[in-house]
Design a protein around this ligand. Structure first.
Ligand code: PDD
Length: 284
């Protein structure tokens, strides 16, 4: 089945979709993006993703090139034309094409690109065996709350993880606290059963999945602390996991070689993941 991409007003065959070489996204990473999960043909937490997209755009003074209702229509059309039920839609907006000059161009039309990709359904046996995480220095800029397409530290961090046989790298700030994963939010469960994840600020992304899990945790009456935690605390946690639109909740069984819990996914992690699965099935 051939994939379809949307580029500035046109639906094109994915293989032929292009933007100009002087697009500021290409030259300066001058743009933002969103990744939204599609489950059974429906977008999960579309509203929250669009809100965050708008916030990222405003932070960079990029104006959405159309009304939000028009954009939603295009998103639905992209999903429809790609003919799959489970996957992701990727939306990228850059400041547009202009002669290369660092300051904002006087005139430029933002470039809007959307692609969609099928992803295989998760297998619970696989999830339960968990994944390994390493820790690395957080070398990113001071506005990690903006979902910028400038992802070099994240790319390098993820590759460092892969090179060491790990799935994700958790980034650690100068004070020794875990900020987040290279493409995920980081969580631990304390020995007495409290869920802990970093508080929102400019040093992390306000993950839509993170925020959804917070709601679920409240509904299930578990104790939650939004605060920083150190690598040491994480290594001594009862459970650890990370969340994102594409990884949902993924249990962590090893951090820098230290085994977490009994080396399998923790029971609270599995319970939360099942609750999230239920949420997704009822979300539309
Ligand atoms: N990553 N932190 C970072 C640095 C991220 O890049 C992401 C998302 C998250 C989780 O956010 P959400 O729950 O809204 O997906 C946290 C996306 C999936 C990506 O870059 O592919």
């Amino acid at each position: 089945m051939s994939r379809v991409a949307y580029v500035n007003g046109r639906y094109l065959r994915h293989a032929e979709a292009q933007v100009h070489i002087e697009d500021r996204g290409y030259q300066f990473s001058d743009g933002v993006y969103e990744v939204i999960l599609i489950k059974n043909g429906h977008m999960i937490d579309e509203e929250q993703h669009l809100k965050r997209l708008q916030k990222s755009l405003s932070s960079l003074e990029i104006v959405l090139p159309m009304k939000q209702t028009a954009m939603r229509h295009i998103m639905k059309e992209v999903i429809k034309r790609n003919k799959f039920q489970n996957g992701i839609i990727y939306i990228q907006i850059t400041r547009g094409v202009a002669a290369r000059e660092h300051s904002f161009p006087k005139y430029s039309n933002p470039t809007l690109v959307m692609t969609a990709r099928r992803i295989a359904a998760k297998n619970y046996n696989e999830i339960e065996s968990g994944v390994k995480v390493i820790t690395i220095d957080d070398i990113r800029w001071k506005r990690c709350d903006i979902k910028s397409i400038s992802l070099l530290p994240n790319v390098l961090g993820k590759q460092t993880a892969r090179n060491q046989g790990a799935y994700e790298a958790w980034m650690v700030d100068a004070a020794g606290y875990v900020t987040e994963g290279t493409s995920t939010n980081a969580w631990i469960v304390s020995p007495d059963g409290r869920l802990i994840t970093a508080e929102l600020g400019r040093n992390i992304l306000s993950g839509i999945t993170r925020n959804r899990f917070i709601k679920i945790i409240h509904e299930l009456n578990y104790k939650l602390e939004e605060r920083q935690f150190s690598v040491e605390e994480a290594k001594n946690a009862r459970e650890a996991f990370f969340t994102s639109s594409t990884s949902f909740l993924t249990p962590v069984t090893e951090i820098d070689g230290a085994v977490i819990g009994n080396g399998r996914a923790g029971s609270l992690s599995i319970e939360l993941l099942k609750a999230y699965d239920n949420y997704m099935n009822q979300a539309y």
